[in-house]
Write a protein of this length. Structure first.
Length: 560
């Protein structure tokens, strides 16, 4: 394909993305309207209260500081992005207007202009273009050290600002007037409209941020909202309570009057509440409960792969893990099939790469193109203990593994069983000692950011359907999941692919970059590709679960 044809293809793709995005898999469609007059009457007569759960305490509700899924989920319900990612009647992902009523872009795809509708914050002030400019610049400002700053790297001069090479005033974000926002990109981004649905482009009110300073986003009363819901109550480690935002521009589409988000991190407790009706909707992760709920037949279910991978992350600023052979030994010591069978009960699938199965590269499935680099690593190194000893020797350390002790940081109670499995596995296969260090989620996140750990484990979900959604995470200087690792060749491959319209170059670069990450340097240890199994009571209508992005409750209603 020559350059002209490639550019034409890009422009067509951008235009298509402006109206509809095809999802990775079919999902049963749900009508977001009450339908007939009889149904409308039922909805009017039924108390519109949704009870759901959060798996843990949100890290922070200041979008600058938050990098976890719990914070992102709450923020997505109370803030209005430029565009919204929803699901149409055919189960397909679609981009719909949010705060931006209309938009257009230049012929080369670099300049995007968004025209804002008349909308307000909950304190009555107008939502204006400058709120979006301030929000994005606040995230990009090196002084804030936002862990999600790299998500805006596509914007002109953004990476240079993050790196401290240019002043924040030079970034390509501008309020033309109160209702017109202009964003200039560094290079064409086919999925840019997907990015405008994310928390990295939330509006921020400068006066509110400055009023509360470092405490902004730490309590419900230290925020102001412009989305479908507002936060009425945030009882830490217990619950987040939302109510309908009566100042929201599209309030007539919001049927729910209240949303109770209980923080429940024990599955048996969550399932008990789902069964007795005190929770209306829940994600289920164990085969035991999936089989039980399926046999009862009282719930509606959606299931399938999601763009999320479970992995171990390693602090390579520690002496032990500065050696690639040591890291490789830990990776090949894991029996991923055993994890899938015994711990994940064949719900989630063994991962031998980093990029999750739903991700495509230029319309072709990445996993089918890239194969399984971790399987190759295992085949080349059948004895993990011998490889560990080689690494210890290279480091000049005592070559007796029994004198090595490693502490694994656990994300609260959620990862208890897996932590115990790792403790036993690494002791048996590597001959080392493992200590487990369970901490609450906000502490887990902060210690990760401060490189105050040796090994931890969690999951990562890609926000857009492109390998960069996973590979960008470990470009040098990215602060979302610090691991103390940097590889110039990895950086070059990922950045070059992001800038290119050459499909073959993009494919080859992404494949090589993933191999560096999980095989050659083995800087992270993926072990499972996640699936999602959502169960909800049949009276819950209008729920939307896009393939990429947060579950949408804006259109949910109760019909009994």
């Amino acid at each position: 394909m020559n350059k002209l044809r490639k550019l034409s293809f890009f422009l067509v793709l951008v235009l298509v993305l402006g109206t509809i995005l095809t999802g990775c898999g079919e999902k049963p469609a749900e009508d977001s309207n009450a339908g007939s007059k009889d149904n409308e009457a039922k909805v009017t007569e039924t108390e519109q209260v949704l009870n759901m759960s959060l798996g843990s305490e949100p890290d922070s509700l200041d979008a600058v500081k938050a990098s976890d899924s719990y914070s992102a989920y709450v923020l997505s319900q109370v803030m209005e992005t430029l565009t919204r990612l929803e699901v149409d009647e055919n189960g397909k992902n679609v981009i719909v207007p949010g705060a931006a009523e209309t938009w257009e872009h230049s012929d080369d795809g670099l300049e995007w202009t968004f025209h804002l509708r008349d909308a307000k914050w909950t304190d009555g002030k107008d939502l204006v273009a400058e709120d979006y400019v301030y929000g994005m610049k606040r995230i990009l400002d090196p002084e804030t050290a936002s862990p999600i700053a790299t998500l805006l790297k596509h914007i002109k001069n953004a990476q240079a600002v993050i790196d401290g090479e240019k002043d924040i005033s030079e970034v390509g974000i501008e309020a033309i007037d109160e209702k017109t926002l202009k964003i200039t990109l560094e290079y064409p981004v086919p999925y840019f409209l997907e990015l405008t649905t994310g928390r990295e482009m939330h509006p921020h009110r400068k006066d509110i941020v400055e009023k509360f300073g470092n405490s902004y986003g730490t309590e419900a009363d230290k925020l102001v909202f412009c989305g479908p819901f507002v936060i009425d109550e945030w009882t830490h480690n217990s619950k987040v309570v939302l109510s309908k935002n009566e100042t929201y521009w599209d309030k007539d589409s919001v049927k729910l009057e209240k949303v109770n988000m209980k923080i429940i991190n024990e599955e048996n407790a969550l399932m008990g509440e789902l069964q007795n009706g005190t929770i209306d909707i829940a994600e289920v992760s164990s085969a035991e409960w999936i089989n039980k709920l399926d046999s009862e037949g009282d719930f509606e279910k959606t299931t399938g792969f999601i763009p999320r991978t479970m992995y171990m992350f390693i602090n390579q600023e520690t002496k032990l893990f500065s050696n690639a052979k040591v890291r490789q030994a830990f990776s090949i010591a894991l029996d991923r099939e055993e994890i899938q069978r015994d711990l994940l009960q064949d719900i989630d699938k063994a991962a031998y790469g980093w990029i999750a199965p739903p991700i495509n590269v230029d319309g072709k499935n990445f996993r089918e193109l890239a194969g399984d680099p971790i399987k190759e690593l295992i085949e080349e190194n059948p004895d993990p203990k011998a490889l560990l000893i080689e690494g210890l020797k290279e480091l000049g350390m005592d070559e007796d593994p029994s004198k090595v002790t490693v502490t694994i940081m656990q994300p609260g109670n959620q990862g208890k069983e897996f932590g115990e499995y790792l403790q036993q596995t690494f002791n048996e296969k590597l001959g080392i000692n493992i200590e487990l260090d369970p901490v609450e989620w906000p502490v887990f996140q902060e210690r990760n950011r401060q490189l105050d750990y040796e090994i931890g484990y969690k999951s990562w979900g890609g926000g857009v359907n492109d390998p960069t959604a996973f590979l960008d995470l470990f470009i040098s200087g990215t602060k979302i999941v610090p691991i103390g690792w940097s590889n110039p060749e990895y950086d070059r491959l990922v950045k070059e692919a992001a800038l290119s319209l050459d499909e073959e170059l993009r494919k080859e670069n992404f494949i090589k970059a993933e191999r560096i990450l999980v095989k050659d340097d083995c800087s992270i240890i993926p072990y499972a590709y996640m699936t999602k199994n959502t169960y909800k009571h049949k009276y819950i209508k209008g729920l939307m679960e896009p393939d990429f992005g947060e579950t949408v409750i804006k259109h949910v209603y109760i019909e009994k």
